[in-house]
Design a protein around this ligand. Structure first.
Ligand code: ADP
Ligand code: ZN
Length: 214
Protein backbone atom coordinates (compact mmCIF):
# COMPACT_ATOMS: atom_id res chain seq x y z
CA UNK A 1 0.00 0.00 0.00
CA UNK A 2 1.35 3.44 -0.92
CA UNK A 3 1.77 5.78 1.99
CA UNK A 4 -1.14 8.06 2.71
CA UNK A 5 -0.90 11.82 2.89
CA UNK A 6 -3.91 13.97 3.75
CA UNK A 7 -3.69 17.71 3.11
CA UNK A 8 -6.22 19.82 5.04
CA UNK A 9 -7.34 22.86 3.14
CA UNK A 10 -9.79 25.58 4.13
CA UNK A 11 -10.09 29.02 5.70
CA UNK A 12 -8.88 29.79 9.22
CA UNK A 13 -11.48 28.61 11.71
CA UNK A 14 -13.03 25.95 9.48
CA UNK A 15 -11.89 23.29 11.94
CA UNK A 16 -8.79 21.92 10.23
CA UNK A 17 -6.98 21.44 13.55
CA UNK A 18 -9.83 19.70 15.32
CA UNK A 19 -10.74 17.53 12.34
CA UNK A 20 -7.09 16.70 11.69
CA UNK A 21 -6.41 15.68 15.27
CA UNK A 22 -9.46 13.51 15.34
CA UNK A 23 -8.57 11.75 12.06
CA UNK A 24 -4.99 11.37 13.24
CA UNK A 25 -6.17 9.42 16.30
CA UNK A 26 -8.69 7.42 14.32
CA UNK A 27 -6.25 6.40 11.59
CA UNK A 28 -3.07 6.26 13.65
CA UNK A 29 -1.29 8.71 11.33
CA UNK A 30 0.69 11.66 12.76
CA UNK A 31 -0.42 15.23 12.13
CA UNK A 32 1.84 18.15 11.37
CA UNK A 33 0.55 21.73 11.78
CA UNK A 34 2.54 24.66 10.40
CA UNK A 35 0.74 27.08 12.74
CA UNK A 36 1.60 25.00 15.83
CA UNK A 37 5.25 24.69 14.80
CA UNK A 38 5.43 28.45 14.16
CA UNK A 39 3.90 29.21 17.56
CA UNK A 40 6.54 26.99 19.21
CA UNK A 41 9.27 28.93 17.39
CA UNK A 42 7.73 32.20 18.59
CA UNK A 43 7.62 31.01 22.18
CA UNK A 44 11.22 29.79 22.07
CA UNK A 45 12.52 32.94 20.33
CA UNK A 46 14.32 30.97 17.63
CA UNK A 47 15.61 32.61 14.42
CA UNK A 48 12.51 31.37 12.59
CA UNK A 49 10.35 32.68 15.44
CA UNK A 50 11.93 36.11 15.25
CA UNK A 51 11.34 36.37 11.51
CA UNK A 52 7.79 34.98 11.70
CA UNK A 53 6.53 36.99 14.67
CA UNK A 54 5.35 40.15 12.91
CA UNK A 55 3.53 38.16 10.22
CA UNK A 56 1.77 35.77 12.57
CA UNK A 57 0.71 38.56 14.91
CA UNK A 58 -0.70 40.70 12.14
CA UNK A 59 -2.45 37.83 10.34
CA UNK A 60 -0.27 37.83 7.24
CA UNK A 61 1.45 34.83 5.72
CA UNK A 62 5.03 34.16 6.74
CA UNK A 63 7.30 34.24 3.63
CA UNK A 64 7.33 30.99 1.64
CA UNK A 65 11.06 30.25 2.01
CA UNK A 66 10.86 30.39 5.81
CA UNK A 67 7.86 28.08 6.10
CA UNK A 68 9.04 25.74 3.34
CA UNK A 69 12.40 25.16 5.05
CA UNK A 70 10.69 24.58 8.38
CA UNK A 71 8.24 22.04 6.96
CA UNK A 72 10.87 20.22 4.88
CA UNK A 73 13.00 19.77 8.03
CA UNK A 74 10.06 18.56 10.10
CA UNK A 75 8.98 16.04 7.46
CA UNK A 76 12.44 14.43 7.51
CA UNK A 77 11.62 12.96 10.92
CA UNK A 78 11.03 9.22 10.82
CA UNK A 79 7.59 9.49 12.44
CA UNK A 80 6.25 10.82 9.13
CA UNK A 81 7.82 8.05 7.03
CA UNK A 82 4.61 6.02 6.86
CA UNK A 83 2.31 8.91 6.00
CA UNK A 84 0.92 12.04 7.64
CA UNK A 85 -1.89 14.56 7.86
CA UNK A 86 -0.81 18.14 7.20
CA UNK A 87 -2.68 21.21 8.50
CA UNK A 88 -1.91 24.80 7.48
CA UNK A 89 0.56 23.94 4.74
CA UNK A 90 0.55 24.54 1.81
CA UNK A 91 -1.03 27.99 1.79
CA UNK A 92 0.35 29.29 -1.52
CA UNK A 93 0.88 27.72 -4.94
CA UNK A 94 4.64 27.95 -4.37
CA UNK A 95 4.34 25.95 -1.18
CA UNK A 96 2.15 23.40 -2.95
CA UNK A 97 4.79 22.89 -5.64
CA UNK A 98 7.43 22.33 -2.98
CA UNK A 99 5.21 19.78 -1.22
CA UNK A 100 4.53 18.01 -4.55
CA UNK A 101 8.17 16.91 -4.61
CA UNK A 102 7.99 15.46 -1.11
CA UNK A 103 4.73 13.58 -1.73
CA UNK A 104 5.61 12.11 -5.12
CA UNK A 105 4.53 8.46 -5.25
CA UNK A 106 2.26 8.71 -2.23
CA UNK A 107 -1.50 8.31 -2.11
CA UNK A 108 -2.41 11.94 -1.45
CA UNK A 109 -5.89 13.36 -0.90
CA UNK A 110 -6.90 16.92 -0.10
CA UNK A 111 -9.77 17.48 2.32
CA UNK A 112 -11.29 20.90 1.76
CA UNK A 113 -13.40 22.30 4.62
CA UNK A 114 -15.75 24.95 3.23
CA UNK A 115 -17.13 27.74 5.43
CA UNK A 116 -18.48 31.31 5.17
CA UNK A 117 -16.77 34.44 6.47
CA UNK A 118 -19.38 35.42 9.09
CA UNK A 119 -19.36 31.96 10.54
CA UNK A 120 -15.55 31.97 10.73
CA UNK A 121 -15.26 35.43 12.29
CA UNK A 122 -17.75 34.44 14.96
CA UNK A 123 -16.02 31.15 15.70
CA UNK A 124 -12.50 32.59 15.84
CA UNK A 125 -13.11 35.84 17.68
CA UNK A 126 -14.95 33.96 20.44
CA UNK A 127 -12.37 31.17 20.62
CA UNK A 128 -10.32 30.77 23.79
CA UNK A 129 -7.39 28.44 24.27
CA UNK A 130 -6.07 26.84 27.46
CA UNK A 131 -2.58 28.10 28.27
CA UNK A 132 -1.78 24.80 29.93
CA UNK A 133 -3.05 21.98 27.69
CA UNK A 134 -4.08 23.74 24.47
CA UNK A 135 -7.74 22.69 24.59
CA UNK A 136 -9.95 25.13 22.69
CA UNK A 137 -13.25 26.59 23.87
CA UNK A 138 -15.85 28.95 22.41
CA UNK A 139 -17.36 31.65 24.62
CA UNK A 140 -20.90 30.72 23.60
CA UNK A 141 -20.93 27.21 22.14
CA UNK A 142 -18.26 25.41 24.16
CA UNK A 143 -17.96 27.41 27.34
CA UNK A 144 -15.97 26.07 30.29
CA UNK A 145 -17.74 25.19 33.54
CA UNK A 146 -15.89 27.97 35.39
CA UNK A 147 -15.40 31.18 33.46
CA UNK A 148 -11.85 31.58 32.17
CA UNK A 149 -10.63 28.24 33.55
CA UNK A 150 -9.91 25.01 31.66
CA UNK A 151 -12.21 22.09 32.58
CA UNK A 152 -9.44 19.59 32.02
CA UNK A 153 -6.30 21.01 33.62
CA UNK A 154 -7.42 24.14 35.49
CA UNK A 155 -5.21 26.30 33.25
CA UNK A 156 -6.06 29.87 32.31
CA UNK A 157 -8.05 30.44 29.11
CA UNK A 158 -6.58 33.08 26.83
CA UNK A 159 -7.31 34.54 23.42
CA UNK A 160 -4.70 33.91 20.73
CA UNK A 161 -3.37 37.34 19.70
CA UNK A 162 -4.34 36.59 16.11
CA UNK A 163 -7.93 35.66 17.04
CA UNK A 164 -8.81 39.33 17.59
CA UNK A 165 -11.52 40.27 15.10
CA UNK A 166 -9.39 42.72 13.08
CA UNK A 167 -6.59 40.17 12.74
CA UNK A 168 -9.08 37.41 11.88
CA UNK A 169 -10.33 39.56 8.98
CA UNK A 170 -6.77 39.97 7.75
CA UNK A 171 -6.18 36.19 7.97
CA UNK A 172 -9.32 35.66 5.89
CA UNK A 173 -8.13 38.18 3.30
CA UNK A 174 -4.73 36.43 3.07
CA UNK A 175 -6.55 33.12 2.69
CA UNK A 176 -8.71 34.42 -0.15
CA UNK A 177 -5.89 36.00 -2.05
CA UNK A 178 -3.16 33.40 -1.67
CA UNK A 179 -4.69 30.09 -0.62
CA UNK A 180 -7.95 29.76 -2.58
CA UNK A 181 -6.04 29.14 -5.86
CA UNK A 182 -5.03 25.82 -4.29
CA UNK A 183 -8.62 24.59 -4.50
CA UNK A 184 -8.40 24.60 -8.27
CA UNK A 185 -4.80 23.39 -8.19
CA UNK A 186 -5.79 20.18 -6.41
CA UNK A 187 -9.15 19.84 -8.13
CA UNK A 188 -7.31 19.63 -11.45
CA UNK A 189 -5.22 16.80 -10.05
CA UNK A 190 -8.51 15.05 -9.14
CA UNK A 191 -7.56 14.62 -5.50
CA UNK A 192 -9.82 17.30 -3.94
CA UNK A 193 -12.56 16.23 -1.58
CA UNK A 194 -14.97 18.88 -0.19
CA UNK A 195 -17.00 18.81 3.03
CA UNK A 196 -19.13 21.36 4.85
CA UNK A 197 -17.24 23.16 7.65
CA UNK A 198 -20.11 25.56 8.37
CA UNK A 199 -21.58 23.86 11.39
CA UNK A 200 -20.82 21.73 14.39
CA UNK A 201 -17.49 19.96 14.12
CA UNK A 202 -19.10 16.69 15.08
CA UNK A 203 -21.29 16.93 11.96
CA UNK A 204 -18.28 17.64 9.78
CA UNK A 205 -16.54 14.58 11.23
CA UNK A 206 -19.60 12.43 10.61
CA UNK A 207 -19.79 13.60 7.01
CA UNK A 208 -16.11 12.75 6.52
CA UNK A 209 -16.58 9.31 8.03
CA UNK A 210 -19.52 8.61 5.74
CA UNK A 211 -18.14 9.98 2.50
CA UNK A 212 -14.36 10.15 2.49
CA UNK A 213 -12.46 7.31 0.85
CA UNK A 214 -8.77 6.80 0.28
P1 ADP B 1 -5.38 29.41 11.00
O1 ADP B 1 -5.42 28.33 9.97
O2 ADP B 1 -6.41 29.24 12.04
O3 ADP B 1 -5.27 30.79 10.43
P2 ADP B 1 -2.69 28.63 11.81
O4 ADP B 1 -2.41 28.23 13.20
O5 ADP B 1 -2.66 27.59 10.75
O6 ADP B 1 -4.08 29.36 11.86
O7 ADP B 1 -1.68 29.79 11.36
C1 ADP B 1 -1.44 30.93 12.15
C2 ADP B 1 -0.52 31.88 11.41
O8 ADP B 1 0.74 31.25 11.15
C3 ADP B 1 -1.00 32.34 10.05
O9 ADP B 1 -1.87 33.44 10.15
C4 ADP B 1 0.31 32.70 9.36
O10 ADP B 1 0.80 33.96 9.80
C5 ADP B 1 1.26 31.64 9.87
N1 ADP B 1 1.32 30.45 8.99
C6 ADP B 1 0.92 29.18 9.31
N2 ADP B 1 1.11 28.34 8.28
C7 ADP B 1 1.65 29.09 7.28
C8 ADP B 1 2.06 28.81 5.93
N3 ADP B 1 1.94 27.58 5.41
N4 ADP B 1 2.56 29.83 5.20
C9 ADP B 1 2.68 31.07 5.69
N5 ADP B 1 2.30 31.41 6.94
C10 ADP B 1 1.79 30.44 7.73
ZN1 ZN C 1 -6.20 22.91 29.97
Amino acid sequence: MRKRVLILLGPPGAGKGTVGNSLSKQWGIPIISSGDILREHLKANTDIGNIAKKYVESGELVPDDVVEGMIADELKKTIYANGFIIDGFPRTVNQAKMLDKIIENTNTKVLYLKADDDFLVNRLSKRRVCEGCGKTYHLINISPQKEGICDICGGKLIQRADDREDVVRRRLAAYKELTTPLIEYYDRKKILFSVNGNGELIDTLTEIKKTFEW
